[in-house]
Design a protein around this ligand. Structure first.
Ligand SMILES: *Cc1c(COP(=O)(O)O)cnc(C)c1O
Length: 233
């Protein structure tokens, strides 16, 4: 069943790429496995998935130790500075940098281990009170500041669009984020490599791809509905 879910999502990604004349290689599918047991992740891995997304540092750490080492783990959730240690050597990217303070803490942990952590800046594109992320107007300034830190490299932007039953309603938010991305990229900031736009979830990933997403984060569409508290590590 999970295999079929994965194939269906991959098929829809392909179709969205074809519709907009994009190459399928431009879009990375991140299977969002939060709250799901490792057996299910293994099943999706066996069906071909290699990029997984988690939103809790300890959960990422636990799953990392139990699953194949060629998986790329994406930290997609809100991150507290005291938890960076759990993911700094395990995550291939942090999608949720939304303050200089957090970037500085990532930088410090990365330097200790002699690595450079690729990160995305989380933008609250719809300016919802309930969402993490910085407002669009502050993104460039934050990126300028982070660009001067060692051990961390900004690779693009991420957003969690509003929850909606009508994904078309999010199209303009995705277009706005892409415009912000293009504007910042054009500044050619030293030590910044604007290449990724992480946007689109189960309800709206096809539209996000039509608007330029290079990474889509799909949980429910692959693993089914999440029941909080079900995590069996
Ligand atoms: C849970 C989560 C997703 C996946 O959401 P679905 O609607 O289940 O696809 C994507 N991005 C982030 C940041 C998440 O926390």
């Amino acid at each position: 069943m999970l295999c079929e879910n994965l194939q269906r999502v991959e098929q829809k990604i392909r179709a969205a790429c074809v519709r907009t004349g994009r190459s399928q290689e431009e879009v990375t599918l991140i299977a969002v496995s939060k709250t799901k047991p490792v057996e299910m992740l293994q099943e999706v891995y066996d069906a071909g998935a290699r990029e997984f997304g988690e939103n809790k540092p300890q959960e990422l750490k636990e799953k990392y130790s139990q699953l194949p080492s060629d998986i790329k783990w994406h930290m997609i959730g809100h991150l507290q500075t005291n938890k960076i240690k759990y993911i700094i050597e395990r995550a291939c990217m942090i999608h949720s940098i939304d303050s200089f303070h957090l970037a500085e803490a990532v930088s410090k942990e990365a330097i200790k281990r002699n690595l450079v952590m690729p990160v995305l800046i989380e933008v609250n594109i719809a300016k919802e009170d309930t969402k993490f992320g910085i407002i669009p107007e502050e993104a460039e300034k934050l990126i300028q500041q982070i660009s001067k830190l060692p051990g961390i490299q900004v690779r693009g932007l991420m957003t969690v669009a509003p929850y909606t039953d009508c994904p078309e309603e999010n199209r303009h938010y995705f277009a706005d984020l892409r415009k912000l991305f293009v504007d910042i990229k054009a500044k050619n900031i030293d030590n910044v490599d604007m290449r990724d736009l992480s946007m689109g979830m189960t309800g709206d990933y096809e539209i996000a791809i039509e608007e330029g997403a290079t990474m889509v984060r799909v949980g429910t569409g692959i693993f089914g509905t999440r029941i909080y508290g079900e995590t069996q590590l």
